[in-house]
Ligand binder design. Structure first.
Ligand code: ADP
Ligand code: MG
Length: 699
C-alpha cells in the first residue's frame, strides 16, 4: 500500500465505496490519512447494563430485545424506544425523539453500541438513555470492539453509506499498513513552535491516546491537531510569500515625493486627516516611491474616509507626470466619485473626466481622445473603462473601489493599460489583517481603523412588518425636521427582474401617494436608464426629494450627509455585510441617524444577524460575524481569490494558528542562513501543494 494508491484497491473498499469516498474528495490512501474527525466522544467508560449508575455517562454493548415507534398524532414527533439486553441480567431502555430514522435499522436482534447519559425511569424501575449515540455492530463480528469503545473515539462525517464506524476501521487499516507521509516541515520550525512529528500528529488525530483531553480535541487544539492545521496554513503562507516576493521583484514606477507633491496634497485636503488616514497615506506613499509595482488593498469601514486617501495617491501619480484611473462598480458610485474627486482636484487645476456607459457615443469618443492625449489627468468610470479602445498615454495609478465587485481579471485588464502601474484597491468590508493578507494573497494591506471625528454611532432598531406604520410615522417626523430618508427593497442590482422592479415601483406608488402624499418621494433602481438614475440621485442629493425609495443600487458608497434614516424592508433577505453597507448610507452628517430593519419572518441566523447589527457599528466585528454565520467560503472575495478548500484548518476558528504559520513562513523564507530549507520548501510546495493551492508560479 502506497500513499498514492487509489482507495478502490484498499481491502474493504472496492469500486462502489471508492465512488462514495471520491464524492467527498477522498481518492488516495493519503487523502484518507488526512481525513480528520470532526468530533470526538469519550467512550472510556464501558460498562455492562447492570453496572450502569444513574447520572454517569457510559458506553454499553448490547442486543436489541424489543423496539417500537410511537407516533403522537397531534405533534409530528415520533418516539422510538428500544429495550436492550447484554446478558448481565438488567435491561436498558433507549429513547429517541424524532426517532423515525431508526425504525428500519434498530430491529430486534441487532447488536449495537450505545453511548450516553444514564437516567432512571422510576415508574418502570428501568435504566434509560435518552438520545444516546448509537452504532450498529456487524453480526459477523470479526472486528475488534476496542477500536470503537473503551477509549476516546473519533467521529467522522459519513460518506454515502460509509459510516463513522466504517471510517474508523478503514483508517485503522491504513494507519497500520501504509507508509506515513514525508515530514517536510523544517525541523527548526517544528521545534520552535513545539509541534509533534507529522506521523505522530496523523495517528493521534485519528486515535487519541488514553490521556487525551476531550475538551482540547473538540476545540481542535491538541498538539496533533494543531500540527495538521499549522501545516495547511504554513504551506499556503510559504506559497503566498514566495509568489509575492517574486511579484515584488518586478520593476515598476518609482514615483518621486517632492516638496511640491507634499504641498499639493496639503492644498487638496479639505480637513485634517485622522491618525489612521495619515498612517495609510504614508504606507501608500512609501509603496509608490519604491521601484516595484504597488499592489495594495486599502480596507476601512464605511465612512472611514478612503476616498481622500485615494485622492492623495492620485496627486503623487499626477505630479510625476502620470495619469490615474478610478474604477467603480456602479454608475451611481462612479458618478459620485467623479463629483467628489473633481471638487478636490479642481483646486490643483487637474483635469478629471468621467467615463461611464451613461455618456453618449460622441462624448465618450471625445473623452477617450483626451485620455489618449494625456490631457485628462484622472478618469473616473465603470466597466466602460475596461474596453479595449480606452487607451492611456501614461497610466501610472489604478484605483479600484469596492474590490469584491470585480474579479482579478478586471483588475489585470485595467493594469494592462499602463506599464506596470501601481494599484490600490479599496474595500469597505474590512477583515482581520492576517486573514486579508491570506485571502487576497497578492496584495499588501493597509487598514483605516478609525472614523473621522464627530460621527454619532447609528442607532439600529428592529421592527416587524406589523409595526411598519409606526416606522413610517417615525420617518415622517424626521422629514418634518428637515432630514431625508432612504427606503430600501431587497432587490440586488444584478437580479432585478421585471417582477421585482414592479414590486419596488408599486411600493413607490404606495409610499408616495398614500403614506406620504405631501412629501416628494424619488425612485431609484438598476433598470432605469442611466440619465434617469443620475437625475433621481441628483434630486435627492440636492434635497428636492426627501425620501428615496431604492433597490440595493445604493448599497455602495452613496454619500448624502442630510439623510438620517434608512428603512430596510424585508431585511431578512440581506446578508450581514450588505446590511452594514446599506446602513452606512446614513450617519454621514452631524445628525443622529437611524437604521430600521423591518422583517416579516426570521430564522435563527436571521435573528443573529439583526442582533449583531443592533449591538455593533464596527465593520470588523460585523465582517467577522458574517463569516461565522455564513462560513468563509461564502464570504465574498474568498471564492475568486483562489483559496483552496482547506481540509482541517478553518480560517475563522484557527485565526491564531494562521497568524503563527504566516510569521514562521515569512521568517523562514526571508532568512539567509536557511537557504537549504527554503529550497526544500519550494520543492515540496511544487510537488504537493501547487495544485491544491492554485499557486501558479511558486519559486
Ligand atoms: P468611505 O471610506 O466609505 O469611502 P468616504 O471617503 O466616502 O468614506 O468618506 C466619508 C465622508 O467622510 C466623506 O463625506 C468625507 O468627506 C468625510 N471625511 C473623510 N475623512 C475625513 C476626516 N479626516 N475628517 C472629516 N471628514 C472626513
Ligand atoms: Mg467609498
Amino acid at each position: 500500500m502506497e500513499l498514492s494508491t487509489p482507495l478502490q484497491y484498499v481491502k474493504g473498499i472496492g469500486p462502489a465505496r471508492a465512488q462514495m469516498l471520491a464524492a467527498k474528495g477522498l481518492e488516495t490512501v493519503s487523502d484518507l490519512l488526512y481525513y480528520a474527525p470532526f468530533r470526538y466522544e469519550d467512550r472510556r467508560n464501558v460498562k455492562s447494563i447492570s453496572e450502569l449508575a444513574p447520572g454517569e455517562k457510559a458506553a454499553v454493548l448490547a442486543r436489541i430485545a424489543d423496539a417500537k415507534l410511537t407516533n403522537f398524532r397531534r405533534r409530528a414527533l415520533g418516539l422510538f424506544e428500544a429495550t436492550l439486553e447484554d446478558g448481565s441480567g438488567s435491561r436498558l431502555s433507549a429513547r429517541w425523539f424524532h426517532g423515525e430514522r431508526y425504525a428500519d435499522s434498530l430491529t430486534p436482534g441487532t447488536r449495537v453500541a450505545l453511548f450516553g447519559k444514564v437516567e432512571l425511569d422510576r415508574m418502570r424501575g428501568l435504566r434509560v438513555m435518552v438520545q444516546p449515540e448509537v452504532e450498529i455492530l456487524s453480526e459477523d463480528d470479526d472486528e475488534d470492539e476496542t477500536l470503537h469503545s473503551g477509549r476516546v473515539v473519533a467521529v467522522y462525517e459519513a460518506a454515502g453509506k460509509i459510516s463513522t464506524r466504517a471510517f474508523r476501521k478503514l483508517i485503522d487499516r491504513v494507519l497500520k499498513e501504509a507508509p506515513m507521509p514525508e515530514d517536510a516541515l523544517p525541523s527548526s520550525v517544528r521545534t520552535r513552535v513545539g509541534l509533534p512529528h507529522l506521523a505522530t500528529a496523523i495517528r493521534e488525530t485519528h486515535c487519541p491516546g488514553p490521556d487525551a483531553s476531550l475538551a482540547l480535541l473538540n476545540e481542535f487544539r491538541t498538539p496533533a491537531q494543531t500540527r495538521l492545521i499549522f501545516d495547511e496554513f504554513f504551506w499556503l503562507e510559504c506559497g503566498l510569500t514566495l509568489k509575492k516576493t517574486k511579484a515584488r521583484a518586478a520593476t515598476g514606477i518609482s514615483f518621486e515625493i517632492t516638496e511640491r507633491v507634499r504641498d499639493q496634497i496639503k492644498a487638496m485636503l479639505p480637513f485634517k486627516p485622522t491618525a489612521a488616514q495619515k498612517r495609510v497615506m504614508q504606507e501608500i506613499a512609501d509603496d509608490m516611491k519604491n521601484p516595484h509595482p504597488m499592489n495594495r488593498l486599502l480596507q476601512g469601514d464605511v465612512g472611514s474616509g478612503k476616498t481622500i486617501v485615494a485622492a492623495q495617491a492620485a496627486i503623487i501619480a499626477i505630479e510625476n507626470g502620470y495619469q490615474a484611473a478610478v474604477l467603480a462598480p456602479t454608475e451611481i458610485l462612479a458618478n459620485q466619485h467623479f463629483v467628489y474627486l473633481k471638487r478636490l482636484l479642481d483646486k490643483l487645476h487637474y483635469v478629471v473626466a468621467p467615463l461611464t456607459g451613461a455618456a453618449n457615443a460622441r462624448e465618450k469618443q471625445q473623452i477617450k481622445r483626451l485620455i489618449a492625449d494625456r490631457y485628462v489627468h484622472m478618469v473616473v468610470g465603470t466597466h466602460a473603462l475596461l474596453q479595449s479602445d480606452v487607451v492611456f498615454s501614461k497610466l501610472g495609478l489604478v484605483i479600484i473601489d469596492e474590490q469584491h465587485r470585480f474579479g482579478v481579471r478586471q483588475r489585470l485588464a485595467l493594469m494592462e493599460k499602463g506599464a506596470q502601474p501601481d494599484v490600490l484597491v479599496m474595500t469597505a468590508t474590512p477583515i482581520p489583517r492576517t486573514l486579508a493578507l491570506t485571502l487576497y494573497g497578492d496584495l499588501d494591506v493597509s487598514t483605516i481603523d478609525e472614523l473621522p471625528p464627530g460621527r454619532k454611532p447609528i442607532v439600529t432598531r428592529h421592527a416587524t412588518q406589523s409595526q411598519v406604520e409606526g416606522v413610517y410615522s417615525f420617518l415622517a417626523q424626521h422629514i418634518k425636521a428637515g432630514r431625508q430618508a432612504y427606503v430600501v427593497y431587497p432587490i440586488v442590482e444584478e437580479t432585478e427582474t421585471t417582477a421585482t422592479i414592479k414590486a419596488a415601483e408599486s411600493m413607490f406608488e404606495h409610499l408616495s401617494s398614500i403614506v406620504f402624499p405631501n412629501v416628494a418621494v424619488g425612485l431609484l433602481h438598476g433598470r432605469m436608464r442611466p440619465e434617469e438614475k443620475d437625475d433621481a440621485m441628483m434630486r435627492f442629493k440636492a434635497g428636492e426629494t426627501k425620501i428615496l425609495v431604492s433597490t440595493t443600487v445604493i448599497e455602495v458608497g452613496v454619500d448624502v450627509p442630510n439623510a438620517s434614516v434608512i428603512v430596510i424592508e424585508q431585511a431578512e433577505r440581506f446578508g450581514l455585510a450588505q446590511l452594514h453597507q446599506l446602513r452606512g448610507r446614513v450617519g454621514r452628517g452631524s445628525h443622529q441617524s437611524y437604521c430600521i430593519l423591518v422583517t416579516s419572518k426570521l430564522n435563527d441566523v436571521g435573528r443573529e444577524r439583526i442582533r449583531t447589527l443592533i449591538d455593533s457599528n464596527d465593520g470588523f466585528h460585523i465582517a467577522e460575524m458574517d463569516m461565522k454565520l455564513r462560513g468563509p467560503g461564502e464570504f465574498y472575495g474568498t471564492k475568486q481569490s483562489g483559496i483552496p478548500g482547506l481540509r482541517l484548518a478553518d480560517l475563522m476558528r484557527d485565526a491564531d494558528i494562521l497568524e503563527l504559520a504566516r510569521k514562521e513562513a515569512q521568517t523562514l523564507i526571508a532568512s539567509e542562513e536557511n537557504k537549504e530549507d527554503v529550497r526544500a520548501v519550494v520543492r515540496y510546495i511544487q510537488e504537493h501543494w501547487q495544485r491544491r493551492y492554485a499557486l501558479a508560479q511558486v519559486g
